[in-house]
Design a protein. Structure first.
Length: 254
């Protein structure tokens, strides 16, 4: 098992919650890669805790579809599942359309400030070299979380975050330098859509939230050769995926 990034323990956090949060962070950000074996003993040693809370955390992550636990207590990070990705995309599209409609003209002042600061950070990440894909993706997630929380939709955010976990890992796949250039183009388009969304929310006028969500979730279509781009990503990272049929692949792109 590769070395995991150890996070600082939060005040009031018990050992099981701590182990879960650290492992979740490492799995979502692909510091623990899909298919990677997990050792309770090594994780416990890295976090300076006993194996029992690690076992509890792994059980929770199994329920999140992020860890597989096999007979004889062998554990591994789950492979990326395109069926779960497609389902998560559908859930996000429906819920986020509802949340955006709720937020039109109703963003709180502190949320507006936080969203502007977030956009400034996105702009900076896109402007520097080397380009940090993971940092941009985290800012993207935070941008949407601010909107959800500003209109009191914390439960909706939790549902979307939970349902989107396989897709979130897919978006963080590390690819070749050639594909990184294409990913940068996608993220620049994503940034422009974030600016468009904030402007629409502040304007407070009718806005086609459903059309925006479809366009935003499938922002890779800004590439003229987006079908080839996705195929290359999956080819480079083939070992990270559950075997899938052509029909499933088509569902991901619609």
């Amino acid at each position: 098992m590769a070395n995991i990034k150890v996070l600082n323990r939060l005040q009031g956090e018990n050992t099981s919650q701590y182990a879960y949060r650290v492992l979740y962070y490492n799995i979502i950000n692909l510091l623990l890669a899909p298919g990677e074996p997990l050792s309770e003993a090594e994780i416990a040693a890295a976090l300076s805790i006993s194996r029992t809370p690690v076992r509890e955390a792994l059980s929770r992550l199994r329920d999140d579809f992020l860890v597989d636990i096999f007979p004889q207590k062998i554990s591994r990070v789950s492979l990326l599942d395109l069926d779960l990705m497609c389902e998560g995309i559908e859930i996000r599209r429906v819920i986020e359309t509802f949340v955006i409609n709720s937020a039109i003209g109703h963003l709180k002042d502190d949320a507006v400030q936080a969203l502007h600061e977030n956009l400034n950070s996105q702009r900076y990440v896109l402007s520097v070299s080397p380009y940090d894909e993971g940092k941009f993706q985290s800012l993207d997630d935070e941008f949407h979380r601010i909107i959800y929380f500003s209109v009191g939709k914390q439960l909706s955010w939790n549902v979307v975050s939970h349902a989107s976990q396989h897709y979130m890992r897919y978006l963080r796949l590390q690819t070749s330098d050639e594909l990184k250039l294409e990913t940068n183009k996608i993220h620049r388009a994503c940034f422009a859509m974030h600016e468009e969304l904030l402007a629409a929310l502040l304007k407070g006028q009718p806005f086609d939230a459903s059309e925006f969500c479809c366009r935003h979730i499938h922002n890779f279509t800004v590439l003229p050769n987006y079908e080839e781009y996705e195929k290359k990503v999956m080819e480079e990272c083939r070992g990270y995926f559950v075997p899938f049929s052509p029909d499933t692949y088509e569902r991901l792109r619609t």
